[in-house]
Ligand binder design. Structure first.
Ligand code: MLT
Length: 404
């Protein structure tokens, strides 16, 4: 009889956002008259920008005629999109990334989940604590995380890099040497950033030890302060130790459209093997490319109109971030994030656990957030709110919280 992949059985509970969705659905069905405001999952609410809608319509029309119809997309993405990404996200910022180092995909979540496949089973993984759960869960599924230690809410073989208020929610270099280091900045869930100097430390460390950094830059568009790196390739030596992941979900509202990309520089190799070639092989075998229509929409993100419209969209969400940040601060909460990221990280009041505060907020204010402990043990006693709601709902949510 076939056996299941027992690694899946090591995962505690369900995926964080599925657990929250179930709890919220149960509450709403028991209280149908309550108007819930959802500031939990980082899902966007503003419509796609007009430049993107135009590009989608045009591409749909092309699919209606044999002369302009497109079938399978090239494995690694259409050149028009890879050229636009290389120029706008890298070369214009002084980072030497070429179009053929970019792999277009249907989103950063899949890429950050799948990238671990090209590394050996015994690779030691380091993550920030708290952390976006996908990095850990996928390494658990792959059998790389060891056993779950319930009392500590940790996996025995994962190296956790604590991110605390003492370190401004940035990680220190791990004490034990890892093979893979996952970093996400601006950070999900804490909304913190790392300076270029700090990121350079990680790059130097990875080059010295032979580790590879998987750098998730999904929230890069939200950086508002100078001297915050937009890409790990701004650091010297990153081409020989870092893979970077990007999403179109947060900068362009593609959560329901699906588009992302991964960068693997050609000279990044381990054990004499180029990682670029391995990921290209994986893409070729397991993936048939993001749809033409969606890649044209992605290209529009980089058009002059697209850039201007998306700048406004990001500013809209960041206005929400400041409503949340300042409103909570006025109400006496300890808050961080929200300046270079669409997430606000707050200390729960009155020693409440993260899940106690979740229930309290849901029941007393009908506001949905995300418990910090869902992101790792160091998240206990913290809570995350997202700026991706509508402005009106965000203002109302904060008014309700202030009245508690
Ligand atoms: C989050 O809320 O952390 C994100 O929306 C999750 C994601 O991007 O997959």
């Amino acid at each position: 009889m076939v056996k299941v992949n027992e690694n899946y059985l090591k995962l505690p509970g369900s995926y964080l956002f599925s657990t929250i969705a179930k709890k919220v659905a149960a509450y709403q069905s028991a209280n149908p008259d309550k108007k819930l405001i959802r500031l939990g999952i980082g899902d966007v609410t503003q419509p796609l920008a007009p430049a993107i809608i135009d590009a989608l319509h045009k591409a749909v029309d092309e699919m209606a005629s044999a002369e302009t119809f497109h079938g399978y997309a090239p494995d690694l993405g259409y050149e028009f999109l890879r050229n636009a990404i290389a120029k706008n996200d890298y070369q214009d910022r002084g980072c030497q990334i070429s179009p053929d180092e970019i792999f277009v995909s249907d989103g950063a979540k899949c890429d950050c989940a799948n990238i671990q496949e090209i590394f050996s089973q015994d690779s030691k993984v380091a993550v920030c604590d708290p952390v976006y759960p996908v990095y850990v869960d996928t390494n658990v599924m792959a059998g790389r995380a060891g056993d779950y230690i319930e009392a500590e809410e940790k996996f025995s073989d994962i190296i956790y890099m604590p991110c605390t208020k003492e370190t401004d929610f940035a990680p220190e270099l791990p004490k034990e040497t890892p093979d893979l280091i996952y970093l996400c900045f601006p950070n999900n869930p804490t909304g913190s950033i790392v300076s270029k100097e700090k990121l350079q430390e990680f790059v130097d460390y990875a080059n010295k030890t032979g580790a590879v950094i998987i750098y998730d830059a999904a929230y890069e568009a939200y950086i508002s302060e100078p001297d915050v790196p937009h890409s790990i390739y701004e650091c010297e030596g990153a081409r020989t130790c870092a893979i970077e992941l990007h999403s179109f979900s947060k900068n362009a509202g593609f959560t329901g459209v699906r588009l992302g990309y991964t960068v693997i520089p050609k000279e990044l190799e381990r054990g004499g093997v180029a990682l670029h070639g391995l990921w290209a092989r994986r893409h070729g075998t397991k993936y048939n490319g993001a749809p033409y229509i969606i890649q044209r929409a992605g290209e529009a993100v980089y058009s002059p109109e697209g850039k201007a419209q998306l700048k406004e969209q990001v500013a809209y969400y960041m206005k929400n971030a400041s409503v949340i940040y300042n409103g909570l601060k006025d109400a006496g909460y300890t808050v961080s994030g929200g300046v270079n990221a669409p997430y606000i990280w707050l200390k729960t009041p009155d020693q409440m656990t993260s899940w106690e505060f979740f229930d309290y907020l849901l029941e007393k204010a009908n506001v949905v957030g995300t418990p910090g402990s869902g992101f790792g043990p160091m998240g206990e006693g913290y809570f995350r709110l997202t700026a991706f709601g509508s402005y009106e709902n965000t203002v109302e949510a904060i008014e309700r919280i202030k009245k508690l």
